[in-house]
Design a protein around this ligand. Structure first.
Ligand code: ADP
Ligand code: MG
Length: 738
């Protein structure tokens, strides 16, 4: 519907273009193209509808990779006759009524958009029968509406939906898809994944008219059987069962169980089948974390096969972050990934040591004694000493050190006097941080820029394996000073430079999350010219000197214009959003649960303008990533640390402000007890919070993430990022002599 102005004002050259309302049919077709991206997305929606309809058997037939025909038949509860007229209208659903329902939604669907979308880009015919009816109904849909009254017809239990000539009205999409041969295999892959998770249902998928199905499973109670029938014996025989859970509200609440491939399995590509609260989703961070574990643990570099089902309280999962529901967003994602990673790792280590017995489904663990035959148990014990329990092992006393990097016992802060930190810890709680971060859907589906791949490859090729081992298996002991953390790795102690480490981690994560960032919205948009002027003043040796003010203004203006011109790139790839008036409004989430120190924002903006090479694609992306890395790094807060020499700062500042106010400071001079009162408590409290928050982030966000994601570059071995300070064996010898 277009609304015409009675008298359009005369057009001037720089007048903004007129905004008009798009016709509904255009809006719907655009939206449909987003929900149904390719044939496999239509199949996913249809199968999920069938699962939601409590079907026990779901059969899929496909012609011409899904472009000619997709047909999904189920034996579910069917669709009421009265609902047929609105079935394919947008936003009609039986699964959700209020927004709050989303918090606890168990069904796959909730948007009421899938069927509607299909009718805008294909011809859709529905045949359905509900329980107790003598006959069913068939009706065809176009552009959200019925093409004719439903016709009575013979039908078997459930619903059959036919989608014909997909993208018939989207020429470009149809052409690109026609040239790609792999749509059918994508559909087979999808059904395979559903089949090994929903093992109580039977699935089949075949090419239309073919006698043989490419996926065919029957309902079973054994997950392994399901995997065997879908992925074959060679996969099923090489799997280990894994389980992990946590129910500590201060860290994470989840349960995971699944199967992972062992050291005998070999494949060129990772297969990761992930269900979160029964939704088939993708999680790049978890997948990468798993690949890292496999690469580091198994001698032979094979990509893993992984099936995992994770359940979390529904209110911890945001299902509404992706148009095709392909991704979900989790509370405490990094913590959960960390826990899963360590479970998988120890499983692999154990199985690797006891390789000869991997076909036994014996799972030695402290809480579950070995139940296999005594012979196997004995052999197993011989090959895998850790399985008989660590206590029975004679460990030389000087080697008795904490080796579980996740065990908090013995960390420095445990010995420190209890500070009244409870409020702070609370304010640090994930929910508090989360609520300040709004999820934002990234506009770009994928960004396959080869320069990003090259930069990622460079990270891989420069990775130092020794440091990688330290980072992955170290225990964080505590902060030794403002920049260095004390780490324990086996029997060695290291000082590690937290600023360097976090800078590198952030840089690497920017490249990995490239074009897929969630956003942090600044509560007040920050004007770039002011930020840049501020940064230039900070750089000045004499900030009070105003002779260069005009020059600064000019630089600020130039840089602002430059960044405004590059706003689209910054927003699309890095979620750094600059609006038309030159205000910075959004920043990316680089590590979940972490927001950068906003005091460093001016420096960041100046660096974007001055230090980035905007001409060459690769240099430019690297430059921006490095600038972000530097901004998000865990630098010491700008306010000096009040617990130490920094205390002076807060005393002096009181004097200064006192003299500023014209009060004669000599009255109080030299009196120690009054000096105490002169501490600027407000400023000091602010500093205390900043420092404790940083320490909290270092322990709870930085180190878990370093373990997961950092590939330490070779340069870190020589540039002082890691310094070995002691070896416990040697220390022990020294103490022995005392
Ligand atoms: P959503 O799944 O988000 O509700 P859809 O457009 O996928 O939206 O489906 C709209 C509605 O149509 C569903 O809410 C459901 O009531 C009904 N429906 C769709 N497919 C089936 C099916 N196979 N069996 C029974 N009901 C169905
Ligand atoms: Mg649906």
């Amino acid at each position: 519907m277009e609304i015409e102005e009675p008298e359009p004002p005369p057009r001037q050259p720089k007048e903004p273009p007129k905004i008009r309302r798009l016709h509904d049919s255009v809006v719907n077709r655009i939206a449909a193209g987003e929900v149904i991206q390719r044939p496999v997305s239509a199949v996913k929606e249809l199968v999920e509808n069938s699962i939601d309809a409590r079907s026990t058997a779901i059969n899929v037939a496909v012609k011409d990779g899904g472009l000619k025909l997709i047909q999904v038949s189920d034996d579910g509860h069917g669709i009421r006759y009265e609902d047929l007229p609105i079935l394919c209208e947008r936003h009609t659903t039986s699964k959700l009524s209020t927004f709050e329902d989303l918090q606890s939604i168990k069904s796959m669907g909730f948007r009421g958009e899938a069927l509607a979308s299909m009718t805008y880009v294909a011809h859709v015919t529905v045949t359905t029968i509900t329980n107790g009816q003598l006959h069913g109904y068939r009706v065809s849909y176009k552009d959200g509406a019925m093409e004719h009254e439903p016709k009575a017809c013979a039908a078997v239990k459930g619903t059959q939906i036919m989608v014909e000539n997909l993208f018939y009205n989207m020429v470009a999409r149809r052409k690109t898809l026609q040239n790609s041969a792999d749509d059918y295999s994508k559909i087979v892959d999808l059904l395979s994944r559903f089949a090994i998770h929903h093992i109580g249902l039977s699935f089949s998928c075949r090419k239309h008219g073919a006698a043989r199905a490419d996926v065919h499973t029957v309902a079973t109670s054994s997950r392994l059987d399901a995997i065997k029938s879908v992925y074959g014996v060679s996969v099923a025989h090489n799997l280990l069962k894994v389980e992990a859970q946590d129910d500590d509200p201060s860290s994470s609440i989840f349960e995971m169980n699944g199967f992972i491939s062992n050291s005998s399995y070999s494949a060129k590509k990772t297969t990761m089948v992930l269900f979160i609260n029964d939704r088939l989703v993708e999680c790049t961070a978890l997948k990468r974390a798993m690949e890292v574990v496999y690469a580091a643990t198994l001698p032979k570099a094979s990509k893993p096969f992984i099936y995992m089902a994770i359940t979390l309280p529904p209110e911890h999962v945001d299902v509404n972050v992706h148009p095709t529901k392909k991704e979900v967003s989790l509370l405490s994602q990094e913590v959960i990934i960390g826990k899963i990673q360590s479970v998988v790792e120890s499983k692999l280590r154990n199985s690797n040591e006891a390789r000869t017995f991997q076909e036994q489904t014996v799972e030695p663990s402290a809480s579950c004694p070995i139940t296999a035959s005594p012979m196997v148990a004995n052999k197993d014990r011989r090959h895998n000493p850790s399985s008989s329990g660590p206590k029975s092992q004679k460990v030389p006393v000087q080697k008795m050190v904490r080796t579980d990097s996740l065990d908090p016992a013995g960390r420095l802060h445990a010995y420190l006097q209890a500070k009244p930190l409870t409020d702070l810890e609370n304010s640090n709680s994930l929910t508090a941080i989360r609520s300040s971060i709004r999820q934002r859907r990234n506009p770009k589906e994928t960004a396959d820029l080869s320069s990003i791949q090259e930069l990622l490859d460079e990270i891989d090729s420069k990775c130092h394996s020794g440091l990688l081992d330290i980072v992955r298996h170290c225990t964080y002991v505590g902060m030794a000073d403002d920049v260095c953390a004390l780490l324990q790795h086996n029997t060695n102690l290291y000082l590690a430079n937290v600023v360097n480490l976090s800078k590198e981690l952030m840089y690497q994560q920017v490249l990995r999350r490239f074009a897929h960032f969630n956003g942090i919205k600044l509560s007040d948009p920050a004007p770039l010219p002011e930020l840049i002027t501020l940064a230039l003043k900070e750089e000045d040796l004499d900030p009070e000197c105003s002779e260069n003010d005009d020059l600064k203004k000019k630089i600020a203006e130039l840089n602002t214009n430059l960044l405004k011109q590059r706003a689209e790139l910054l927003d699309e790839y890095f979620c750094v959003h600059v609006d038309e008036d030159g205000n910075l409004c959004w920043l990316p989430v680089i590590l979940d649960q972490y927001t950068p120190d906003m005091d460093r924002l001016p420096e960041f903006v100046l660096c974007l303008g001055n230090d980035v090479d905007w001409e060459d694609e690769k240099n430019c992306l690297q430059g921006i990533s490095a600038a972000l890395g530097n901004f998000y790094a865990m630098h010491p807060p700008l306010l000096p640390n009040p617990s130490g020499d920094g205390l002076q700062f807060y005393k002096r500042s009181k004097h200064l402000s006192a003299s500023d106010d014209g009060i004669d400071i000599s009255v109080n001079g030299g009196n120690d007890s009054k000096m105490e009162d002169e501490i600027d408590h407000e400023l000091m409290a602010e500093a205390q919070i900043a420092w404790s928050q940083r320490e909290w982030s270092i322990q709870h966000v930085l180190f878990p993430s370093l373990r997961l994601f950092l590939k330490p570059p070779v340069s870190m071995a020589a540039n002082g990022t890691f310094v070995q300070v002691a070896s416990l064996e040697k220390l022990y010898k020294i103490f022995e002599r005392c």
